[in-house]
Design a protein around this ligand. Structure first.
Ligand SMILES: C[S@@+](CC[C@H](N)C(=O)[O-])C[C@H]1O[C@@H](n2cnc3c(N)ncnc32)[C@H](O)[C@@H]1O
Length: 250
């Protein structure tokens, strides 16, 4: 009786420690596959985000989990790992100066080239998180380029974040992040059961399309939507997340 209780307790306990060797393996894997760096200060973050999953899978150590996502070839679980590691924090118009630059410097150039560009602009939001970035781009461009075809394609490593981006719905308390003129022109306030939410209006939803997750299984589909041959995740983290495999199309 005593023995079986001990086993039960042991089976239910979460792995709380990660060894140096295990941490080094995850650091290398995550850096190689996503470009996300995990310095020593992120050790407890890694443990915090993976411990529950390791237990759910009834594994006993982080080393066993590493084996599952590498040697055992469980690619769905590998994506789950990256999803848990990624930080999805985002805001509408998160870097205001970038949007000012787009509106004041880039858009005037495009307007001057209107005929050559056939009044069409395509933009890729490569790590779009829950959608605030691509929809901010859509609002900026739809307001500045009236009558143009604006196509914004959005993708992200995190399928969890993408599902929220696809819903095009956010808590209403994010409304203050959006300039008043754009809020009035493009966003719909929820009613009834959705009173605590706002939703992108139809014009925005047509312009901003989610391409899908940029995990291994889906990279071909995202590349096809972008009209390039391949998509490969950056090996180095340099502030951007993805490389386009343009070599064969150039
Ligand atoms: C902090 S959020 C930033 C979102 C948005 N770009 C912004 O600036 O507000 C970072 C996003 O990058 C995504 N990400 C990280 N590495 C990625 C990769 N290799 N490929 C695609 N997305 C990635 C994460 O899933 C996360 O949603």
């Amino acid at each position: 009786m005593g023995k079986s209780t001990a086993v039960a307790v042991e089976e239910l306990s979460w792995p709380r420690e990660i060894t140096d060797a295990e941490f080094a393996l995850f650091q290398a894997l995550v850096q190689k596959e996503t470009g996300i760096q995990l310095p020593e200060v992120k050790r407890s973050l890694l443990v915090g985000r993976l411990a529950r999953r390791v237990r759910e899978l009834r594994l006993r150590t982080f080393g066993e989990y590493y084996r599952r996502v590498t040697v055992d070839g469980d690619t769905a679980e590998r994506m789950n790992l990256f999803d848990r590691i990624a930080t999805n924090e985002t805001h509408f118009f998160r870097e205001p100066r970038h949007f000012e630059y787009l509106e004041r410097q880039i858009v005037p150039t495009w307007l001057a080239q209107a005929e050559a560009r056939r009044r069409r602009v395509r933009v890729w939001s490569a790590a779009c998180s829950t959608g605030e970035e691509p929809y901010s781009l859509a609002m900026t461009l739809l307001a500045a380029l009236k009558g143009w075809q604006i196509d914004i394609l959005a993708s992200d490593l995190s399928t969890h974040a993408l599902r929220r981006a696809e819903s095009a719905m956010w808590p209403i308390d994010k409304a203050h992040e959006i300039p008043e003129r754009h809020l009035k022109a493009f966003m719909l306030k929820g009613t009834g059961a959705y009173a605590a939410f706002m939703k992108a209006g139809p014009e925005l939803r047509v312009s901003a399309q989610m391409a899908g997750g940029t995990g291994e299984a889906n990279q071909g589909a995202v590349a096809a939507r972008l009209g390039v041959d391949s998509l490969r995740i950056r090996r180095r983290h340099v502030g951007q997340y993805l490389d386009l495999g343009l070599d064969q199309t150039e």
